[in-house]
Structures are given as structure tokens and as C-alpha cells.
Design a binder for this molecule. Sequence first.
Ligand code: KG4
Ligand code: ZN
Length: 329
Amino acid sequence: MKILGIETSCDETAAAIVEDGTKIISNVIATSSEMHIKTGGVIPENAARQQIKSIIPVINEALGKEKIDAIAVTVGPGLIGSLLVGVETAKTLSKIWDKPIIPVNHLVAHIYANWIGNTPKFPALALVVSGGHTDLVLMKGHGKIEWIGGTRDDAAGEAFDKCARLLGLPYPGGPSISKEAELFRAKNPKQKLDMFPRPMIDDESFDLSFSGLKTAVLRGVEGKKINIGEISANIEEAIVDSLVYKSIRAIKKFKPSSFLLAGGVAANLRLREKFKDETTSGDPQAELHVPEAKLCTDNAVYIASFAHFNYKPIDWKKITANPELTITA
Ligand code: KG4
Ligand code: ZN
């Protein structure tokens, strides 16, 4: 079965065709990120206007001459103006082409980047780290998701983005901080990176907190001559340590067969490297799955893959955008 995925939750307009949930036939992404560099972040109205300009050309390119069996579309969470562009386009196509349509939760769908060319074993523990969300979930099967922890305040990606803005680094903050941090670590491989706190690390829960990091960074740099590389490496290390530490504790407790990394922040090299070290060094045992970096950040491939494994078409008239959707909604 070939599914056309459509994703417009934020500043990416994406369409993709995926066969049987695992094989990419096409993958097209237009981004308005250049525009948001100038404003230092996404202005929803601007993002929505760009979505309208890009949606038809992007879908056309993804379709090529392919015949599709169904349409999958992100219904939330995300920016309402952006979401509506994808949702209303998908509903129109479903009606005029007479194809089934599947509404997709963007957060759960991120995890399905791990099914591309791959079959992770259940039960699986997944860490979803994106710009607006940070959640640890246990998956006993497709559609059987239990939330076990997550951030109490800012998301991991949000922490990267806010700290980058403080340092005057360009949007999106994650890749900017990561680039500076890589360069610093290469030149200073033995330097300790413990400038900033890892809140809640000793807490019994699987919850995380990142809002204090921004304040700590502000205090650390205020009125001082700073080395951007060193601060970036310390920010990255604090975020990565918290994510890895809590995930490893969850792996020890729940003993899943696989551990799945997902979301835009999963493209982070340091995070990928630390998870690899931790999960291959004996205890705890869980097969680590990390999607290709370009499938971690927003795209429509995982939207189509999710819809294959959670195939629940509904009447197009009943599909609505829901910006507040949570991972277990
Ligand atoms: O999943 P995503 O593409 O969009 C949302 O659904 O939010 O995630 C975007 C987030 C942004 O906060 C961005 O700074 C972060 O992912 N990000 C990264 C990297 N690439 C993207 N964070 C750290 N390192 C990266 N390489
Ligand atoms: Zn996302």
C-alpha cells in the first residue's frame, strides 16, 4: 500500500509517499526557515502564508506519476494557521480523488521514522524530543502508548533555541549550538562540561526540566567576556546528559526490547553518540534505533509510515486540526 503523507505543523511544508510503511518512494520538503532567521524565530502568520504558497507544488512533486492508496495528514499539535493548510488540502484531495484519509498525531508519528527500512521490536521505549515537546513513552504495540515522563516546562528543542538566541546564534538554535559545540570539543577534548545544572536528575520520576538552563546561561554570560564555543558545548552537554540519564533509568526499569530516538533534537550528534555509548556498554540492554538525521526533523515520511501501521481512515468531514494534541491524545 502506498500512502501520501502531508505535514504542515510548523515552518516545513512536506509531502512524501511511503510504501508499506517502510519504503520511501518520494520525500519533498519546502521550508520557510530562511524567513525565520531574520525574525529570530517562527512568526506563525508568516509561516502559514508560506505554507499556502508551497503546499500544492510540494504535493505535486512528491506525487510525480505515482498512484496512491490513501492520504495521511498531520492534524496536530502545531501552529493552527500552518496545520489548517495541510488539513484542508488533504481533505479536499480525499474527497475529489475518493481516497481514504487518516488523521495523524505529529508527536507519535515522529517515532515512526524508526520504521523506515527497519522493524523495531516491541515493547519499545521512545524518547520524542522536538521543538515543542519532550516525552518518554512506552509502546507495547502500534497504538498502545503509555506516557511515562517528560518535561515539566520547556522542551529540549526549545531550550536549545532559547539559549541560542541569548548567545546571538541563528535560528534554529539546536543546529547552531551543536556546530559551535562540535568545534570546541574537537579543540578541547579533555575539557569538563559541567558549567550548567542538570535539574531533576536525582528525582525518582522520569520527568525533566529545562527552563532553568536559560537563566543559568544568562547568569553565566552576563557582563563577562565569553567563549561562544565553550558555552555552547556546556549547554549541549547539560541537555544531552539529562535526556540520556532519564532514558537509561527508564530502560533499566521497563526493560524494553528497543529504544527509539525521535524528533528534531534526535538529529543532534552528541545525543546520538552518548546514547550509542550507553546502550552498547553492557547494562542496560535495549536495541538502540536512531533514524537518519534528515528523517528526525520535520518531514512527511514518518506521517505516511505512522498511517500504514495505524491504519484508521475516517470520514474526511470529521477531520479537524487540533493545535493542542498531546502524545497520548
Ligand atoms: O521535530 P522538529 O523538527 O519540529 C517540531 O516538531 O518541533 O524539532 C525542531 C527542534 C528545534 O528546536 C531545533 O532547534 C531542534 O529540533 N534541532 C536540533 C538539531 N536539529 C534540530 N537540536 C539539537 N541539535 C540538532 N542537530
Ligand atoms: Zn516535529
